[in-house]
Design a protein around this ligand. Structure first.
Ligand SMILES: NC(=O)c1ccc[n+]([C@@H]2O[C@H](COP(=O)([O-])OP(=O)(O)OC[C@H]3O[C@@H](n4cnc5c(N)ncnc54)[C@H](OP(=O)(O)O)[C@@H]3O)[C@@H](O)[C@H]2O)c1
Length: 283
C-alpha cells in the first residue's frame, strides 16, 4: 500500500559517474632508470687477445666498465691476473694461450662461449733494417701479428662461435698502411696484411651480419718497444713529430675499439680508423 505524501520511489539514482581522479603513469622516476646508450656493451661477450698489458689491458678494463663480459687471453699469467683483478662486473674469464702455437689457438677457440665481439690485439714489434731481417724474426712477427688473428677468426667462424651481428676488431697500426719509420718494414708488412684480410672478410661475412674493422694507432705509451733497439732518446725525438707533443694512451685506443664493438657502429664495416693524434696528416 502506498503511503500517502511520500515521494514516489523511483529508480532515479544519482547517475554513477566514472569521474575518478585520472590514474596516471606519472610515477616518481625510479633510480634504476638507465638512459639509452648506444655505446653500451651490456650483455655482450667479448674475447680480447694480448690483454696482459698495454692496449689489450685497457680495452678489457674499459669494455668491462661498459657492461661487457670479457674473456681475456695472453701468455703471462701474472700480468693477465693483474688485468683480471681490475675488471668491473662479473662473469669474466682468463685463458693462458701462446698465439705462436696452433694448439693454443685451438684451445682458445674451443674454450669460449658464443661471442658478440673479438678483439685481435696481441702483437709484437722488432725493428730491423732490411739487410738484417732473418727468417726467425719474420716468422714470429707474422705468426703473432697476422697468422694468429687470421687463424683465430677462421676457427671461431668454423665453430659458429661468432653470433650474427657480432663485431671483429683488428688492432693494426699506422705502420704499413699510413706511414713508414726506419727499420719497421717487417712489422709494417704484418700490419698491412691484417688490414687487407680485414677489408676482404668484411665482404665475406656480410651474409652473417658480422662486421669487421681495424683500429690503426700511432705511437702509444705501452711496453711494445721494450724489445726493440730504440733508445729513450730516440723515442723522445720521435715524440716531437706528434702534433699534441705526446704519444697516445692505451685508453684512447680502447675507446675506439669499444665504439666498433658496440651497436653505435652498426653501419661501420670494412673500415680502418686511424688514431694517431694527427701525426700522419702532418708527416
Ligand atoms: N704501442 C704502440 O705504439 C702501438 C702502435 C700501433 C699498433 N700497436 C698494436 O697494438 C697492439 C697491442 O700492443 P701494445 O702496444 O699494447 O703492446 P704490449 O703492451 O707489448 O702488449 C702486447 C700484448 O700481446 C701479447 N702477446 C705478445 N706475444 C704473444 C703471443 N705469442 N701469444 C699471446 N699473446 C702475445 C702480450 O702478452 P704476453 O706477453 O703476456 O703473452 C701483451 O698482452 C699490437 O697489435 C700492436 O702492434 C701498438
Amino acid at each position: 500500500m502506498h503511503k500517502m505524501n511520500q515521494p514516489p520511489t523511483t529508480n532515479h539514482q544519482p547517475p554513477t559517474t566514472n569521474h575518478q581522479p585520472p590514474t596516471t603513469n606519472h610515477q616518481p622516476p625510479t633510480t634504476n632508470h638507465q638512459p639509452f646508450n648506444p655505446f653500451s656493451l651490456k650483455n655482450k661477450i667479448i674475447l680480447i687477445t694480448g690483454a696482459s698489458s698495454g692496449i689489450g689491458r685497457a680495452t678489457a678494463i674499459e669494455c668491462s666498465k661498459m657492461g661487457a663480459r670479457v674473456i681475456i687471453t695472453a701468455r703471462n699469467e701474472e700480468r693477465l691476473q693483474k688485468t683480471f683483478s681490475q675488471l668491473e662486473g662479473d662473469g669474466h674469464e682468463k685463458i693462458i694461450a701462446d698465439l705462436t702455437a696452433t694448439a693454443d689457438i685451438d684451445k682458445l677457440a674451443n674454450s669460449v662461449d658464443q661471442l658478440h665481439g673479438l678483439v685481435n690485439n696481441a702483437g709484437i714489434n722488432k725493428l730491423l733494417l732490411p739487410q738484417f731481417i732473418n727468417e726467425k724474426d719474420l716468422n714470429i712477427t707474422f705468426q703473432v701479428n697476422t697468422i694468429a688473428p687470421i687463424l683465430l677468426t677462421q676457427k671461431l667462424l668454423k665453430m659458429k662461435k661468432l653470433r650474427k651481428g657480432s663485431s671483429i676488431v683488428y688492432v693494426s697500426s699506422v705502420a704499413g698502411v699510413y706511414s713508414s719509420t726506419p727499420g719497421n718494414s717487417m712489422y709494417s708488412a704484418s700490419k698491412g696484411a691484417i688490414n687487407g684480410f680485414m677489408k676482404n672478410i668484411a665482404l665475406d661475412l656480410l651474409n652473417k651480419e658480422i662486421r669487421c674493422n681495424s683500429v690503426n694507432p700511432g705511437m702509444v705509451d705501452t711496453n711494445i718497444m721494450e724489445h726493440g733497439i730504440v733508445t729513450e732518446e730516440q723515442l723522445e725525438e720521435h715524440k716531437k713529430k706528434y702534433p699534441l707533443g705526446r704519444f697516445g694512451k692505451p685508453e684512447e685506443i680502447a675507446y675506439a675499439i669499444i665504439y666498433l664493438l658496440s651497436d653505435a657502429a652498426s653501419f661501420v664495416n670494412g673500415t680502418s680508423i686511424v688514431i694517431d693524434g694527427g701525426v700522419t696528416i702532418k708527416e
